[in-house]
Write a protein that binds this ligand. Structure first.
Ligand SMILES: C[S@@+](CC[C@H](N)C(=O)[O-])C[C@H]1O[C@@H](n2cnc3c(N)ncnc32)[C@H](O)[C@@H]1O
Length: 321
């Protein structure tokens, strides 16, 4: 269903709610227990993620923003005029506003996000601040098959900042590259932010902030299941745990049960033991060369990449060959 409001179009793929219960039960019946990271983002989850991006410990957002500010005019030349920009996992649409300073003749901006209410609010705000920008917001899951709205443009550029690519297992990242490639034509661009391997202390601090916002973000998924799936998680009996798994090259986020307990989700009862974990998110860290090899398997050539001085984070402009 597509609705038009103040020259902003919204399309709702409506697929998220229908799969929530099924995917939660599947994950909680696994050994070890897991929950898909995409479900961390309800409206409250998106608000908490925004708070995380402003934390002192959380270097990725400010580092990527500084790179974007530095190279925005170069990016405008690479992308060229009259392009359509399609952002996967657009969140607050904060980073596109840097590109808009240099890409003045964008034909359409397509933010895609699973967190519908937050996406709609962010798009309305963006439309208010950039009244001449054509916005077509799409609520949906970018890991599921999705048709883009018709885009009247000279060239398409996909945008995937925030190192959200790191949330995928490497084989899933490959499948995601294939999905994006299928939405683009030869010569189209893909601008993507990728977090780099680094000192473990910096990584561990970024996911264990002193104010406990990341913990609240992680544990919010329990509240969401209680509210939306009539589950009865005892919110006091779980705690946040995040650490760098060196062998796998990823940060892992878990929820640890503080006691033996049972949870009921609709008609299902699931036992959780003291110390047992529910794995909620991975955030893979890359070396530049490994990342380019992965992108190349789906037909993307790295045209240019940039990092900050400390090589904490990287931004890549890929082109579909
Ligand atoms: C790590 S945040 C990044 C937000 C923003 N792009 C940034 O760079 O700060 C991930 C974003 O992707 C969205 N997201 C996560 N999984 C998704 C999925 N499967 N489909 C669509 N959006 C998803 C979340 O709602 C969230 O806005």
């Amino acid at each position: 269903m597509t609705t038009v409001r103040h020259a902003i179009q919204f399309t709702d793929h409506g697929a998220v709610q229908s799969s929530f219960l099924t995917e939660v039960l599947k994950g909680l019946k696994r050994e070890p227990k897991t929950l898909p990271a995409k479900f961390l983002y309800d409206e409250r989850g998106s608000e908490l993620f925004e708070e995380i991006t402003n934390l002192t410990e959380y270097y990725p957002t400010r580092t990527e923003i500084a790179i974007l500010e530095r190279v925005k005019h170069e990016l405008a030349l690479l992308i060229g005029p009259e392009a359509a920009l399609i952002e996967f996992g657009s969140g607050s649409s904060r980073k596109i506003q840097i590109l808009l300073q240099a890409l003045k003749d964008l034909t359409v901006y397509v933010p895609i996000d699973i967190s519908k209410e937050f996406l709609y609010a962010s798009s309305l705000k963006l439309g208010h601040d950039y009244p001449s920008l054509h916005i077509h917001a799409v609520a949906g899951d970018y890991t599921a098959p999705m048709t883009l709205p018709e885009l009247n443009c000279r060239k398409k550029a996909a945008f995937f900042p925030g190192s959200t690519i790191g949330n995928f297992e490497p084989h899933e990242a490959g499948a995601f590259f294939d999905t994006v490639a299928a939405m683009l034509e030869k010569g189209d661009g893909f601008l993507i932010g990728v977090d780099l391997k680094k000192d473990i202390r910096i990584l561990n601090a970024a996911y264990n902030d002193a104010r406990g916002i990341t913990a609240e973000f992680n544990l919010n998924i329990l509240k969401r299941m209680n509210r939306e799936l009539s589950a009865d998680f005892d919110l006091e009996a779980y705690r946040h745990h995040a650490f760098y798994n060196e062998a796998k090259g990823r940060m892992e986020m878990h929820i640890i049960s503080q006691k033996d307990q049972k949870v009921t989700i609709q008609s299902e009862e699931i036992a959780i033991q003291k110390g047992e974990t529910i794995h909620t998110e991975n955030s893979y860290k890359y070396e530049v060369e490994d990342f380019h090899n992965l992108a190349s398997k789906s037909g993307f050539t790295a045209q240019k990449f940039w990092t900050d001085e400390k090589r904490l984070f990287s931004l890549h402009y890929l082109e579909l060959r």
